[in-house]
Design a binder for this molecule. Structure first.
Ligand code: AMP
Length: 216
């Protein structure tokens, strides 16, 4: 969990690879649906481009289906979901039924000004999803993905105005979810400063994940 631009997507991809986990990003799932041009996708796009949250019923339905299809040996890493308390309690219900409750919650933080700088410079490969930054992590060749050679694009909701909206939405609706998890006995909450270099942040998280694995 963490505000937009704290580094959730970047780190979740790397951690999932390293620990053989399924990585489910609600934002990626919604963007793919939007790009498919479906009726649901058009509706999702309206919320996303305004920096608002997609309604809980839709999120829970889509994510519950996606979670059911996860099979990786190392488990499941959720990125961007849940983002409201009702989503979190629907997730609890599903995981309890499956007999696989949450092991840990990772909370990433970063300063608003850094977030705005990070997000407005962010570019993503349209094909393989690799994430770059014009200043902090530029591709070797302008606008071309190092990994697969495809064109890099900017997300429609990565403008400063929409980022400020997304931050406000985060503080109002998603921060209470962190309190909801902190109050739970026996659930490990891992706090990470997402403001550092991506490799250092990853290293810190790997240490925590190793500890978790050792206790599972
Ligand atoms: P992200 O890529 O995680 O920043 O998500 C991009 C956008 O997708 C968000 O600004 C929301 O509009 C929507 N979205 C992603 N995950 C959720 C969620 N769990 N609940 C509601 N809306 C979401």
């Amino acid at each position: 969990m963490g505000p937009p631009g704290a580094g959730k997507g970047t780190q979740a991809k790397r951690l999932a690879e390293r620990f053989d986990m399924d990585h489910l990003s609600s934002g990626d799932i919604f963007r793919a649906e939007k790009d498919s041009g479906s009726q649901l996708g058009r509706k999702l796009g309206e919320y996303m481009s305004a920096g608002q949250l997609v309604p809980d019923e839709t999120v829970v339905e889509v994510m519950a289906g996606a979670i059911t299809r996860c099979t990786a040996a190392g488990g499941l890493l959720l990125d961007g979901f849940p983002r409201t308390v009702p989503q979190a309690s629907a997730l609890d219900e599903q995981l309890d039924k499956a007999g696989k409750p949450l092991d840990a919650v990772v909370v990433m933080t970063a300063e608003d000004d850094l977030i705005v700088k990070r997000i407005t410079g962010r570019r993503t490969c349209g094909k393989c999803g690799k994430i770059y930054h014009l200043t902090f992590m530029p591709p070797r060749k302008d606008n071309v993905c190092d990994a697969c050679g495809s064109e890099l694009t900017q997300r429609a909701d990565d403008t400063e105005q929409v980022v400020r909206e997304r931050l406000e939405t985060y503080y109002k609706q998603t921060e209470p979810v962190i309190a909801y998890y902190r109050d739970r006995d026996g659930l490990k909450v891992i706090d990470v400063d997402g403001g550092g270099e991506a490799d250092d942040v990853l290293a810190e998280m790997v240490v925590e994940f190793d500890k978790l694995r050792a206790n599972c």
